[in-house]
Each structure stands twice: as C-alpha cells, then as structure tokens.
Design a binder for this molecule. Sequence first.
Ligand code: GN1
Ligand code: MG
Length: 374
Amino acid sequence: MNPDPHPADIPGDRFAIDGALIEATATGSGHIHDTFTASYRAPDGTVRRYIHQRLNQIVFPDLPALMENICRVTNHIRAKLEKAKAHDIARRVLTVIPTRDERLFLRDESGSCWRTYRLIEHAHTHDRVTAPRQAREAARVLGQFQCLLADLPAPRLKETIPDFHNTPARYEALREAIEQDRHRRVDDAAKEIACIVERSAFMGILLEQQRAGEMPERITHNDTKISNVLFDRATGEALCLIDLDTVMPGLALYDFGDLVRTAASSAAEDEQDLSKVRVRMDLFDALTEGYLSAAHAFLNRTEIAHLAIAGKLIALETGIRFLTDHLNGDRYFKVARLNHNLDRARNQLKLVESMDAQKEEMERRVRTAADRYC
Ligand code: GN1
Ligand code: MG
C-alpha cells in the first residue's frame, strides 16, 4: 500500500458532489481503509458532508465486485423502506455518490482507489456498549438488515473475500504462520496458541450444520462489530449498519456472533488489561432479545439452537486472525503500537474463556428469548 494519504490527496472534485470543498479530516476507526470526512458548500450556501475512503486493494482485490454488491444491497434496502413508507430513509441506508462519469469508485492517476458516501448527520458510532438499550437496538437493526435482504433477487452476491468466516481455514493460516515464524514471535504467544489449539474441534460447528443442509446460506454483513452500527445521536435509536464491504453470502449467525463478541464485551477490542475483559450477561440478554425481535421472522430452528455459541466462534476466529497477523508481521490489520495485534488476540481469547465459563447461562437466556418470539 502507498503511505497514508493526506486530506489534500482526496479527489473530491471528481465525484458527483455539487459544491466546493471546505475542509477534510481523517476519521474512522476501521482497520482496513483510510477514511476522511469532508464538508462541501453547495451553490445555495448549505454545507453538506461526505465520507471519502481510499480503499485497500490488497484486502479487496476485486473492487468492482465489492461496489456492485454494496449498490445492489443499498438499492434493495432503500426500495423496501420506501415501499414500507419508512421515515428518514436517507439516514437508514447508506448512499453511494458516484463519480462525475458515473462510476461507483475512482481509480486516480497514482493507482489509488476512492469511493464516496453521503455522511449521515446527527448520528454516531460506539466502540463499546455501555447500556443494554444500545445492545438491543444494535441487534434489532442487524435482524432487520438480514430480514430486508432475504428476498434480494438473483444473482448471488459475489464473494469478495472467499472463506471469510471459514474458521477452520483461518486456523490453517495460523498454523502456517506458526510453522514459518518469520518474525520470531511464536515463543511469546505460546499460551495463546495453546488456547486456540485446544478448541480446534469446535471451529467447524456452523460449517458442519451448513454442509448437512440444516443451516441456510443467507445474505449477511460479515463485519458486524459494534463500531459498524450507526446510532441516532438524539434518540439513541440504531439507524443502520455501515461498512458494507463484506456484504456477501454467509450464515446469519456469523453476524450475530460478531455483534456478541464486540457489543457484549465489557471492554474495547484492544483493551490490554484483561481483568476488564469479559462477556456481560445483561448485554448478551439485550442482544439476543433485540436480534430475535426482528430475526425470528426468518431464522430456522437450527440457527436459533446455535445462537448461544455464535459469539464464541467469532471471538475465537477473530483472535486467530489477530494472532496470525501478529506472527506475520502486522500486514493486514492497521496497528498503532508494538504488539497491538497480540493484545487484540489476547483480548478475544479472554472473551472466549468468559463465554465458556458462562455457556449454560447463555443457552438459558437464548431459550427464554426464543420462547417469547418463536
Ligand atoms: C476489520 O474494516 P473493519 O475495521 O470494520 C475486518 C473484520 C474484523 C475487524 C476486527 C475486511 O474490520 O473482519 O472483524 O477488523 N475486516 C476485514 O476489528 O477483514
Ligand atoms: Mg471493514
């Protein structure tokens, strides 16, 4: 990748924005792209804000497929919200701003690729949930997202990153990184590696259900960490899911699991003080309740029966991915300090242990919520 871009590099004038750039600043906490918020003054004097992103082409080599997936999904959601006469639709689904020559993203002269969204105003994200209501709202909006996409017309969305949530394949990549130990980091991660190896039999649990025909492929977001849920600043209502890069075919439980590992955690994803990291049962309860309030309409019995273990699976998988990247020399996830990925891996594995310790309680709470809705 080229070095970090500067706001001055943003090719804002090449997108279909009616107005002159006032200012742009680097924003966002994503680990993959470079994100900027930019204000433009329209000819009538009003100020409008947009999100410009320089896209990571190593992680997403097929950008046309990625942008096509996003546009099909956002257009479908928008049409369904219009049909349902929902209010405030522009704040309930992302709007892609095309280039002036009507392309979905721009490749500039230096080879960098850029896309633009309209910024949703009076809204914000959280890196961590502090109150059950936020958890409930986030999970409700996830259930609604999957529900709205259940009837997306063919063809199947493109798999922009194949095997994205294939945990056994992620484990294979870790084993390879351990084998190579290119940066001599394996010795310091012995405890974390043992914690993962111990759980290798569990990793295929959802894929086995899928192969047996019990768990259907659905259209999923695939990156439902809590910081990808947008909330209304005034009311606290969850408005929509953002960061649609990985929207593609998947299992509904991958999304629920990713939300559990981030929204039911008592600490941020890279909290180093592991004594602060555990799964909070009040937040898990609120997530289950919020998700089922919307998703009960389409989930089958096998999906519901596995809700309680989805968070553990995705925490384990994410821990594996962070550790693999640490061993490979931090090439995938952005890092801000030495051992950042190792800290993130430790944090995820602490969540796995916390969920193991509370397994029966989690299962009990899923049954209670399921009895209410299903
Ligand atoms: C990445 O793009 P961002 O930062 O929301 C990653 C997710 C991980 C997440 C961990 C394309 O998400 O899969 O769960 O980091 N996205 C991709 O924070 O790999
Ligand atoms: Mg992302």
